[in-house]
Design a protein around this ligand. Structure first.
Ligand code: NAP
Length: 678
């Protein structure tokens, strides 16, 4: 029986009113689900997100939200089998579903981990260091990021209903912004199943996630400058939404990921005997057939040296000929159907437009032998490889996206032409360069980078562990300029910050320190009470300071250090050679000696709550220290952060080493672990 997809709005599941559309199975055409958003009050949804979801999420800090994402990821992982079963109806093979379902859940895990490791246990982010703005240091600036007070509307494409939803949801929820998510109708039943699990889990606070089954009605009319629309889909729809009067009038943030005519380039150095040749063939064939080519990152333009054209064509044809097409439930099948009959019509139509200036060298647009299925009832299509001999004159190949198992071979004469052909895509998500020649790779990178969001540089050294041309990764930016939409998703924390406002604060260092909970130069310090190494994590206060006595550095200290460590660099050991160096007045102390002596000055040695020093950051040696100079240290608690383990916290200290004239000779951050009270 067909599923009836409900919208989840203002805390209630809403059954569709009249006019529900039938969603059919990609595999055999039976009706899988009915969807319509008629009867949904979109204004109430936006209000609910703003008044209920937003405040609940903003009451949590980044670590609590990261924890929430992790629990959600674990919860969904335990319920994957039901999603895999439903995913077959979209035409996805098990491997395709792995990208969609496990890949999506993996993004939740990745953001949970980044949130815990890279964001503070606060509700804002300090972006960069304090900026001194006055001569005497009484006025300074700092940047903070805070979550927007609106709602993020996510509009997704049909091809990856789970991944597409979760890769947007994870950074948005981590930022502290509620979401209204709308899947493409063609595969909405899979997104619906996942959202029902998420809501059912009770892990998210009320109002954090709402769901639209069907069209978005008047949703966009309710948006303001505190809201974000993040869209994935075709350029046509993207243009329509971007030009929506409310979006332009209210400067609603708009992120778009759309069509992309991605290229793979075979370097001019690669011969059929090179390992890179086989890697290239495998990657192109895989990108054509994974998810039946319905991937935003799929290789559409295969750019090869003219003299390699035949070898590439034959090798690709041989590989594509081995791909079994059919029922994705059958384990022998390598490629399932397209997502719907209408998608197959669109792809056939696009192929016929491409074929006006290219010839089909592999595949048949009308007939397709299938395993365990009916090629007409299901939306099956054979892979189609075209060859465009006059690549430099061609236009359609740089304009038409056949969103299916379709690629075109484009021969080039000289690397410059290869770059020009790739650039004619007018902005893509990704391009691959297969070469083992560093010069060829460098030329390609410099020519391609401004036109792409990601470059995949593969050779024999990296191939074994390389993640694939078509895999956007949570750590790396996903997006591209121009035709690809000009958006950037994921990219680690970059994706989180799209949903936050960056604000410059100006004020006294004392005020900025109190607001940001981070000590900055010029803010008050306190040397009262016991040495801060004797204080546990909860007792330590930002601004707590140790001012040490001075220690004079002798020539014997320098020689002892040199002999002990083996560092006998001439600047420490040879007066004449040191003098000849423009930076030194003569023999000087080792930088590491200064660090070691500084630690000797500020450390409180007895066992106590300070457990370990786990690193230094931002270290700079600013002035040489000569024999006879004396150094002293000011060590100040700069910031505190809860660690992953509940028994400890991380403390960042500002260390500044001065000479006898009060000049700074070294400055750095010391990172330590301190115990919490038992
Ligand atoms: P689409 O037709 O543009 O639809 C995309 C989304 O927009 C769907 O959820 C659709 O909902 C919705 N939509 C359509 N008209 C709308 C309107 N007037 N107001 C609000 N929402 C509207 O694209 P698609 O066919 O699903 O996806 C294929 C395209 O997406 C390809 O061009 C592909 O390159 C691109 N894509 C890009 C990326 C990327 O990351 N760059 C990823 C995947 C796909 P309905 O389904 O209900 O109409």
């Amino acid at each position: 029986m067909a599923l009836t997809l409900q919208s989840y709005a203002a805390g209630r599941w809403i059954a569709p009113g009249s006019g529900a559309v039938e969603i059919t199975s990609a595999v055999d055409g039976h009706v899988v689900a009915l969807a319509s958003s008629e009867g949904v009050d979109f204004g109430a949804m936006v209000k609910h997100a703003r008044q209920v979801g937003g405040p609940a999420l903003r009451a949590m800090n980044f670590h609590q939200r990261a924890e929430m994402l992790k629990r959600l990821a674990v919860y969904l992982t335990e319920r994957k089998p039901a999603l895999y079963e439903l995913s077959y109806e979209t035409g996805a093979t098990k491997r395709d579903s792995w990208i969609d379902i496990d890949g999506g859940i993996g993004t939740l895990f990745a953001y949970a981990s980044r949130g815990r490791k890279e964001l503070p246990s606060e509700r804002f982010v300090l972006d960069g260091a304090f900026e001194p703005l006055s001569k005497s240091g009484s006025f300074a600036g700092a940047h903070i990021l805070t979550p927007l007070h609106g709602v993020a509307v996510h509009v997704n494409a049909f091809n990856f209903p789970c991944w597409g939803m979760l890769e947007k949801l994870a950074p948005t929820l981590l930022a502290g912004v509620p979401v209204i998510t709308k899947p493409a109708t063609a595969t909405a039943y899979l997104a619906h199943a996942m959202v029902a699990m998420i809501i059912g889990s009770g892990i998210l606070p009320p109002g954090a996630l709402q769901f639209v089954a069907g069209s978005t009605g008047d949703l966009l009319e309710h948006l303001t400058g505190q809201d974000v629309v993040s869209f994935t889909g075709s350029a046509t729809t993207s243009g329509k939404l971007r030009d929506h009067p409310t979006i332009s009038r209210n400067a609603v943030r708009f992120i778009a990921e759309r069509d992309s005519l991605n290229a793979a380039i075979l370097g001019s150095d690669v011969t059929p005997e090179s390992p890179e040749f086989d890697l290239f063939i495998k990657e192109v064939a895989r990108e054509m057939t994974a998810k039946a080519g319905q991937k935003c990152t799929a290789i559409r333009r295969v750019i090869v040296p003219r003299e390699r054209l035949e070898a590439v064509r034959d090798a690709l044809a041989a590989r594509l000929g081995k791909v079994a097409i059919g029922n994705p439930r059958n384990e022998a099948v390598g490629m399932g159907p397209l997502a719907s009959q209408s998608q197959r019509r669109d792809v056939r139509e696009s192929i016929s437009r491409l074929a006006m200036e290219s010839e089909i060298v592999f595949g048949d647009t009308e007939n397709c032998a299938v395993v365990d299925a009916d090629s007409e009832k299901g939306a099956f299509l054979s892979p189609v490889l075209l060859h465009c001999a006059n690549s430099i004159r061609a236009q359609r190949v740089n304009e038409v996206e056949a969103f299916g198992p379709v690629s075109t071979l484009l021969p080039y004469d000289g690397l410059e032409q290869a770059i020009e052909l790739a650039q004619r895509g007018e902005g893509s998500l990704v391009a691959s360069a297969f070469s083992y020649d560093p010069k060829v790779t460098e030329e390609l990178v410099m020519g391609l980078a401004p036109f792409h969001g990601r470059l995949y540089l593969v050779d024999r050294d990296s191939a074994k562990e390389a993640t694939g041309h078509g895999s956007p990764l949570p750590a790396l930016v996903h997006g591209g300029p121009g035709r690809a939409g000009g958006g950037e998703e994921m990219g680690g924390l970059r994706g989180v910050f799209h949903y936050m406002q960056r604000t410059a604060l100006q004020g006294s260092p004392a005020k900025l320190t109190a607001l940001t909970k981070t000590w900055g130069t010029g803010a008050p310090t306190s040397t009262e009470g016991p040495h801060p190494f004797r204080k546990n994590f909860d007792e330590i206060q930002v601004g707590d300071t140790v001012e040490t006595p001075a220690r004079t550095i002798s020539i014997e200290d320098i020689e002892h250090f040199a002999n002990f460590t083996g560092d006998k660099f001439y600047a420490h050991m040879d007066e004449e050679a040191a003098k000849a160096n423009p930076f030194f007045p003569g023999r000087v102390a080792h930088g590491y000696l200064i660090l070691s002596f500084a630690a000797g000055l500020f450390v409180d040695p007895a066992p106590g709550p300070l457990l370990a020093n786990y690193g230094l950051e931002r270290l700079r040696f600013l002035k040489p220290v000569s024999p006879g100079d004396s150094i002293r240290v000011r060590l100040t608690v700069k910031s505190k952060r809860s660690a992953r383990l509940p028994d400890y916290g991380e403390v960042r200290w500002d260390a500044e080493v001065f000479n006898q004239d009060g000049d700074t000779v070294a400055q750095y951050d010391v990172l330590t672990m301190s115990a919490r009270p038992a």
